[in-house]
Design a protein around this ligand. Structure first.
Ligand SMILES: [Zn+2]
Length: 250
């Protein structure tokens, strides 16, 4: 072997190692990028004020529990100031940089919070429909009732987190007319729309639930002190605000 070959062997070896190292690095980067794919929904762009579309709607559903005291976030696909403020509160609630812009860190937190069927991890469709076999037979179509229940669940997830991540017990959600009649519900009950949830006590008191719910996007709050609500706190999405739980100071 010539002296020259001796010198070039280590160089080739070094080159090979470098190429392998580069390939590995590339592989790591590609894996990190695709790891964001979610079983329910995957956002493909950063969203901020001024953007609009179905991806904004999907985001709004998940941050609708953060409208601020007495607020109700519009689920309209338009990323306005209200959505930015809700995203900011959501970020702050989970210890993220609170800039009101929904980027990778915000989406990662949402992915961690949702199941493959898009329900938040601590609630399920079955829990919000414990009186019927389907979502049909209410005051709206089955699809609308189910969609309303999903929106309710994301607000309950926000309520649950605000109360220290302790469990919340849903005792009644969507009701068909037959089911509503059977449990003696009001003829115009929001349970017929799928956008109401009754909560039982433990670990939180009914008043604690009613009071905290004022921060999480519920227009209807009925609790202790309101006729027929001594054993549960009722939350819903009626058109205008109606809060009544006189025993709780509401
Ligand atoms: Zn109710």
């Amino acid at each position: 072997m010539s002296r020259r070959t001796h010198r070039s062997l280590p160089f080739r070896l070094l080159l090979s190692i470098l190429m392998i190292a580069t390939a590995s690095l590339t592989g790591v980067v590609a894996t990190a990028g695709t790891a964001q794919a979610d079983g329910c929904y995957t956002w493909s762009r950063t969203l901020s004020q001024g953007t609009s579309g179905a991806d904004v709607t999907a985001l709004q559903i998940r941050v609708a529990g953060y409208p601020g005291y007495g607020g109700v976030l519009a689920i309209d696909g338009e990323y306005g100031p209200g959505t930015a403020a809700a995203v900011q509160r959501f970020q702050a609630a989970y210890g993220l940089a609170a800039d009101g812009v929904a980027g990778p860190a915000t989406f990662s937190k949402i992915y961690a919070l949702q199941d493959d069927d898009c329900t938040p991890v601590h609630f399920s469709y079955a829990e919000l429909n414990n009186c019927n076999s389907t979502w049909a037979g209410g005051a709206v179509s089955a699809a609308t009732a189910k969609s309303n229940a999903l929106r309710t669940m994301w607000k309950l997830e926000a309520l649950r987190h605000a109360l220290g991540d302790q469990s919340i017990r849903v005792t009644s959600g969507f009701r068909s007319h037959a089911c509503n009649d059977a449990v003696g519900g009001a003829a115009s009950s929001r349970h017929l729309y799928g956008d109401a949830a009754d909560l039982g006590s433990g670990p939180h008191s009914l008043c604690r639930l009613a009071q905290q719910a004022r921060n999480h996007g519920f227009n209807g709050i009925l609790g202790p002190g309101y006729p027929g609500h001594g054993d549960h706190t009722h939350l819903d999405h009626r058109a205008g605000r109606f809060w009544s739980a006189s025993s709780c100071g509401i």
